[in-house]
Design a protein around this ligand. Sequence first.
Ligand SMILES: C[S@@+](CC[C@H](N)C(=O)[O-])C[C@H]1O[C@@H](n2cnc3c(N)ncnc32)[C@H](O)[C@@H]1O
Length: 471
Amino acid sequence: MPRAQRASTPLSIAPNAAQLDLELPAELPRLAIAPEWKDQQRLWGHSFHPMCSYLASFPAALAHAFIARWSRPGDVVLDPFSGRGTTPLQACAEGRIGVGNDLNPFAYLLSSAKVEPATPAEARTRLTALRLRWASEGAAWLALSLRLLAAPGPGGALVPAAGSLASPVDGVEPVPLEVALAFHPRTFAQLLFVRTVLRLDDRVDRFLAAGLTGILHGKSASYLSEVMPNTFSMARGYVRDFVARTDFHSPERDVFGCLDRKLTRLYRQPLPASTGIALLGDARDAGVRTRTALRARGLPDRARLVVTSPPYLRVVKYGYYNWMRAWLLGEDPAAIDAALDDAHHRTAYLQFMREVLDGLRPALADDAVVVLVVGDVERDRGRHLIGGVGLAEKVWAEAALPAGYRLAGVALDDVAAGRKMTKLWGDEAGRATKLDRILVLGATEAGRRRALSGAALPVDWDWPPRRLRAL
Ligand SMILES: C[S@@+](CC[C@H](N)C(=O)[O-])C[C@H]1O[C@@H](n2cnc3c(N)ncnc32)[C@H](O)[C@@H]1O
């Protein structure tokens, strides 16, 4: 069926009763929402979405399915686990105020670059200034790069800290051997320079840094190193073995040229219609911080919609799998993993979710709708994970219900085997989320009613939407 025709089809799913009994305990009502987001093209949505890959992110079209139903332009849409910023960006692109919160500094960088972006003129002016400075300082950075490559790893030359604005002689920290092995000496020198002079407390520099994380490694000429794919960083041991086994020498890539082309891809569409807010912090107190941040900007201070996917049970280590991007940003991958709530067993996880849902309350409108995309995790590194299956039902019964939420229903998003996490780790790892269950809650009875009445609304899948094109 052609896309336009499909898009105008009103939503209806006749729940298959037999299937329903098998998949859900009888008391959880199924919400009749067709997973139309799966029918959209891979890059559906704003051109900022693919800024950088991020593990376990959901597609922009999924966020749209709920933003379109349960919010209006001007409303606040919140994601307390915003990851790479899919929900807040899509909300801003649709004229809502998108607010994203995450405890991972890499996620914060991506979310903030998307919802408070640099304009094309700002980004290109800054990039030109960096090029000019490189023209005068590049020789010293290249000398440092060559010294490092002559004796890489611990005991070798030291480099300035990320964001320290220091000169190449003010070295304070070693560079991991595997970083040095991954790049051409000149690309490496440019990266050392850019990493030192970009200021992550500056909106324009954040945008450039976020774009850089997206082109750091990948298997084409758009990327600065081809040593590994762009989805995530391979283990450091893998990089060492790969380099030794294949006598890998990265082709020279000009950081400024590659970043310039990345900007062209990002700015393919006009900037999002509204500006949003990105926050760095724990989801458990995201409600209070969100409200404070909204008030400080004179904006409506309560969200009418939350669309989020909480961390799954023990699936992803965001620091470990992004160690090279973390190096670029001056972050410690182990510290990221120690801080995030990705390592809980079920009981602790449910307690965590209870605290998150309690903590959201201060930022929720009375009739707020809360959409939780919960992955069922069947196995962890090949071992059966007790309590993984049926997680959404547990989240409802042991976290949302006691926190006073009202259940509108559960929508199912059947993730075809091999499509999502398995694609990243390979089947043998068995770390697949088999089925996403989408819990739709009301903050109060008013929210539940709004969720039920909005569920049947048809959603327009044209992108960009006609009414936003004139903006
Ligand atoms: C499944 S991912 C969300 C992905 C997001 N929906 C996207 O499309 O990019 C879960 C996120 O929870 C974050 N996280 C883990 N523990 C957290 C905590 N205590 N507070 C806030 N964020 C946390 C992780 O950093 C990760 O980005």
